[in-house]
Design a protein around this ligand. Structure first.
Ligand code: OGA
Ligand code: MN
Length: 196
């Protein structure tokens, strides 16, 4: 935990290699599969409300928002652990996180998400972004890397490997490089107002 706190404070991000058990990841993948079969995933957009638009040139992922009350037991195992992480972040960094929102995400083959930040203009409620990856045996040549940029233009890369959790300050610029294989995750945001 100390390593995490020191690193997060210095660089504004951290990667937990095996954040959840394989069985939990398997259960979450099964739920994603079920929701896909019921056609409950929707093309993700950019911008909020009246500015909302779908722009395939910017991002190519499909999403389904998670409702904790109806989500599967395995998804709730993850949400429970995340709540502990929120407590830890608040205790150490006074971030004032009061809740989080998240969705299941699928990037089909050939898609990406161009460089952006997760803090919408004039809306500053997203404080920390997190992504839990659900892809078994990911190989480097399959791409789909999360690239996090720093102020000096250097960057760090995160592989979307099964069970890995990446967290970063939502104001940091980042992108998802093109993936050559379906790429699955839970993506979310810790907010300074109440959501979950
Ligand atoms: C996002 C995002 C990163 C990832 O959905 O806003 O940047 O690795 N996702 O999926
Ligand atoms: Mn993002």
């Amino acid at each position: 935990m100390q390593d995490f706190l020191t690193h997060f404070e210095a660089k504004g991000f951290y990667v937990f290699p095996s954040y959840i058990e394989n069985e939990t990841a398997e259960g979450i993948r099964a739920e994603i599969e079920r929701l896909r079969e019921q056609e409950l995933f929707k093309k993700a957009g950019i911008g909020r409300e009246s500015n909302f638009q779908i722009d395939q040139a910017q991002r190519g992922d499909f999403i389904h928002w998670i409702e904790p009350l109806t989500a599967s037991a395995d998804t709730n195992v993850f949400l429970g652990k995340l709540q502990e992480l929120v407590t830890e972040l608040n205790r150490n960094f006074y971030l004032g996180i009061r809740g989080f929102e998240c969705h299941y995400t699928q990037y089909p083959e050939g898609t990406f998400y161009k460089r952006h930040t997760d803090r919408h203009k004039n809306v500053s409620h997203r404080i920390v972004s997190f992504v839990l990856y659900l892809n078994e045996n990911w190989r480097l040549e399959e791409g789909g890397i999360l690239r996090i940029y720093h102020e000096d233009e250097s960057h760090d890369d995160v592989w979307p490997q099964n069970g890995t959790l990446a967290i970063f300050l939502s104001e940091k610029e980042h992108e998802v490089l093109p993936t050559s294989r379906t790429r699955q995750s839970i993506t979310g945001w810790m907010r300074n107002n109440e959501v979950i």
